[in-house]
Each structure stands twice: as C-alpha cells, then as structure tokens.
Design a protein around this ligand. Sequence first.
Ligand code: HEM
Length: 312
Amino acid sequence: MDAVVARMMLLRDGSEHLRLKRVARAVLSPQRIQALEPSMRELAAELLPLDRPGDLDFVAEVAKEFPLRVLGKLLGIDESDLDMVLAGSDAITAIVSGLDHTVDPEIHRRARTLYEYALRLVRERREKSGEDGISALVRAADEEGLDDVDTASNLVMLIASGHQTMPGFLSISMHNALTSQGTSAFEVDRALAQVTPSRFVGRVATADIEVGGCRIRAGDKVLVLLAAANWRSNSSGKGARHLAFGYGRHRCAGAAMAELEGSVMFERMAEAVHAGARLVGTGLEWNGDANLPSLTKLPIRIARSTAPLSDR
Ligand code: HEM
C-alpha cells in the first residue's frame, strides 16, 4: 500500500499537488456540497430520532454513520458497499496517520481491497459517466492527464479524509455538550477550535527558519501542532479564528463540506440535548489516536417526552 499512499495529494508537492487539488475541488465544489444539504438533514433526523425514546451508541450510530453516508451520497457509492469502504478507510488511516505505522497484514489487505474497489469505480465511471462525484473526479482527472493509479489513490484519500475526522469532531462535541457546555458546544467554528479533530500535521522544512525562538534547519522534520495554535486562539478569546483545517497549500479540501455537515448535525444534536438527551452508563472509551482523537463509544439516552424544536 505504500506506493498508493505515496500518490496521495497530502504527500505530494508543487505542480503535482496542484493538479490533484484541482481534481479534488471539482468533486468538492460549492454547488455539489450545497446540493447535499437536504439529504444531510434527512439523514441527521433518521440517525438521531427524537420521537423514539431509547438508548443508542452515539459514536457507532451517528458520529461514524453520518459522515460515511454523506460521503456515499457525494461520491455516488452504493450503500451496500459502505461497510467495506469504512473498513478500508479505517485501515488507510491506520497506515497513514498518527505516529504509528502499522504492518498488520490484515489492515493492509483491507486498505488494498478499498484501493482496488476505487480503481474499479474509476474505470466504470469513465465508461459510463453520470452526475455523481466520482464521475466528476474522473472527468477532472482526465482533463489533468492523471493516470488511473493517481486518480484511484486520490479517491481513496478523499474517502478516508472525508470521514475520519468527523466522528471525533461530532462525538467529542456531543460529549462536551452533555457533560459541561450545553448547546454552546455546537457552534461550529468554536467547536473546531476547541476540539481540533486533526491535532497535528507533518512537514519537512525547505529552508532555514526561526519560529518563536526555535531554529529550524532545511531538511528538519517538523510536527506542526494545530491543537496548540488553537489553544492559544481559544485562550485569547478569539475562538472563531482557528487552524483546524490547516493552513496554506494543503489546507483541507473538504473544509466547506465539513462545516456544513457540522452545522446540520449540530442542529439536530442541539435538539436532542434540548429534548433531554443524556449520557448513560460508564461506557466512555477513547481510540488512543494522538492525531485523530475520537470517542469509540458514547452511550446516550433519548428522552421520552418531547418532539424536536423544529416540529413544535
Ligand atoms: C472536521 C472535519 C475535518 C477536519 C478537522 C479536517 C482537517 C484537515 C487538515 C488539518 C488537513 C491538512 C493536512 C496538512 O496540511 O497536512 C486536511 C487535508 C485534507 N482534507 Fe480535511 N478535514 C476535515 C474534513 C474533511 C472532509 C469532509 C473532506 C472531504 C470530503 C476532507 C478532505 C481533505 C483532503 C482531500 C485533504 C488534503 C488536502 C491537500 O493535501 O491539499 N477533509 N484536512
């Protein structure tokens, strides 16, 4: 899988990176994202039902499911393939992200299954193009003259980055709302600054530079702590300015989509909190990932009584 990972835009630079980013922008255009809003709302209501009191695991049933299914709609992936896509994307993240680099063959097998699936979709959509995101990706990739390995690798990158950060963002924000902050935890910019779902990014310095009294030499590997920058902006009271999506050329290509997903889902989560949703049991568990922290379990109880605010 290392050859596939090496083709991903996150790890490319200069004009190669720009071509790949243009292709990603064709999929994540403002029009395509905006068109998803009604189905995001439907999905949020389906996954977090307020008229059926009962217990649910917020992480498995909402925080993971919501971004995955939205991504399926954006790209035009069959719902029946989403379990395999999720397993493959978790595997890619285990290979690419954080401080660990897994050598577990089963994880590499799952990642490869996703890559081969992506390659098949790219070829199918070239034969029979439609209005879906993968067709748009293939058209843009063909215009840029990308080969299929580049196109499929970056489709995998889009899939993995499209939902790996959202579960942590949604689950930690829900936990913050239910334990201490109430619905103020659901202001998107503030929550992004506070949670920083992707805590750091890696860079290699291309020139000697001094940052905050620290001398960095060309060639040094640098871990840039976005969470630390956001901590400063939180503590200075300027929470709306944040670096949760990174900065510069590699700034998140899906930022607008993540913001829309956050605001739609947060609205529903706020309704659940207003309607009396609460934590149950002691089932809080963390994934232990230094870069992409997330709860892996968050059991909540939807209250018996009220209809959502929007229905009153
Ligand atoms: C709360 C949610 C999200 C957060 C916090 C987040 C954060 C980030 C960060 C920090 C980077 C920059 C990495 C770097 O500079 O090395 C990044 C890159 C990227 N993100 Fe996101 N992301 C989120 C959601 C999404 C979504 C929903 C998508 C797509 C559907 C997406 C697609 C991408 C892509 C393609 C890149 C690579 C950009 C490049 O290398 O130029 N992200 N993201």
